[in-house]
Design a protein around this ligand. Structure first.
Ligand SMILES: [Zn+2]
Ligand SMILES: [Zn+2]
Length: 398
């Protein structure tokens, strides 16, 4: 029964993600589609959030969830993305292993699976081969659907040889359930311990599990997925990349700096994704601080040529916006208005004599010959203008 064998294979893969009855190439050659067995972990994760109805809340549990959201968002962005996917800084072999463990607490599978798919995304951004392009497959597929597809399940180690040569990383990637289970168990144990050691906190093992694991991890998943879906739909484009990546301040807040996705698609090797001081990038600030400890080093900068390109594009945009939207429009308006106004003026001048009424009978509006301006009023008679007295009338004839 091939379908039963596939079901068995899917269940075993929850523990050993490299287990497969087919080669990764054969699996990747399959058509895309939602695999219901692969949906179960997401259903469990979301349903787990409803546990809050039973365990209630406490400030300690809420702040734990918030801290674990940002602490693990940093793990996704600063470790899985900027280290394992792009090698934008260096660390020791032990450091690399510790980073991979930290990243695995995000419950987004192993670092090598993550890096392999992300490098594939950069190679095929927004083309039909891209596993999660909202332009090719739609928003929900880019956001969550692609992860449930069987063809996106295997890690193709041949495409990430620089990482696959470390057996400890391959082990963490293969048994990617180990760290999340330990992480969730740790929260349960911590909550139980605090319930007895510090009852004033009002928390419990179940409460910390719901808030610190289920709610925080669900939010973390959707926050991270926004980069696959919304960061190719929402925001502005500084660079003319071949894909439709965008820069968004809102997404930068949610993802600790990953919102500057268009910057990143233009130059993916830089440690920072906010290329300017006003483009907030907390992941970069965290990595910079970490570099002062010596745990990581060799943070890669944005090259001067990229800044020059950005300046040229900004200048060109300003010029085109200025000329098209204001000056050019005014010129176009003047081109329409001036000939009309000139024609009206000429017509008015030419027809002025024929149209203007004669003022002979009305009040005087013009400078009269004596030099007095008398507009609107009847001129007072001047002495010189007084007519001579009339001669006496002749006596009537007798
Ligand atoms: Zn992208
Ligand atoms: Zn990237």
């Amino acid at each position: 029964m091939p379908s039963l064998r596939r079901l068995f294979s899917s269940l075993v893969q929850w523990i050993d993600s490299d287990y497969s009855t087919e080669s990764p190439e054969a699996v990747r050659a399959r058509p895309d589609g939602v695999n219901l067995v692969r949906c179960l972990p997401f259903v469990v994760l979301h349903l787990g959030c409803l546990g809050v109805l039973w365990v209630g809340w406490s400030w300690f549990a809420v702040w734990t969830a918030v801290a674990l959201y940002f602490g693990r968002m940093f793990a996704v962005t600063g470790i899985y993305h900027r280290y394992f996917s792009h090698k934008s800084y260096s660390t020791s072999r032990v450091g690399q292993f510790l980073l991979a463990v930290w990243g695995a607490t995000a419950v987004q599978r192993g670092a090598l699976w993550w890096a392999y798919h992300h490098r594939h995304h950069h190679l095929h951004s927004d083309d039909p081969e891209d596993a999660h392009s909202p332009h090719v497959h739609g928003f929900w597929w880019a956001h969550i659907g692609w992860i449930t597809s069987r063809r996106n399940f295997p890690t193709d180690y041949s495409k990430i040889r620089d990482l696959a040569r470390y057996p400890e990383l391959v082990w963490l990637n293969r048994f990617d359930i180990v760290v999340p289970v330990l992480f969730a168990s740790g929260l349960l144990g911590l909550g139980d311990f605090l319930a007895h050691a510090a009852p004033a906190l009002g928390t419990s093992g179940a409460q910390l599990l719901v808030w610190g694991f289920f709610i925080s991890t669900t939010a973390l998943f959707h926050g991270t997925s926004c980069i696959n879906s919304l960061a190719h739909l929402m925001g502005g484009r500084r660079f003319e990349t071949a894909d439709d990546s965008r820069n968004s301040l809102v997404l930068a807040f949610i993802t600790l700096g990953e919102g500057w996705h268009n910057n990143h698609h233009r130059y993916m090797s830089a440690t920072r994704q906010g290329f300017y001081w006003w483009e907030i990038d907390p992941t970069y600030y965290g990595l910079k601080l970490l570099s002062f400890t010596g745990f990581i080093w060799g943070l890669k900068p944005v090259p001067a040529s990229i800044y020059e390109e950005a300046a040229q594009l900004a200048h060109r945009d300003t010029v085109s916006r200025f000329s098209v939207s204001s000056v050019q429009q005014e010129i176009n308006t003047l081109r329409r208005v001036v000939p009309t106004a000139a024609a009206l003026a000429i017509a008015t001048v030419n027809s002025g004599q024929a149209v203007l009424p004669k003022k002979a009978d009305g009040p005087a509006w013009h400078k009269d010959v004596s030099g007095e301006l008398v507009g609107g009023r009847t001129p007072a008679p001047s002495p010189s203008a007084t007519p001579p007295p009339a001669p006496p009338a002749p006596p009537p004839a007798a």
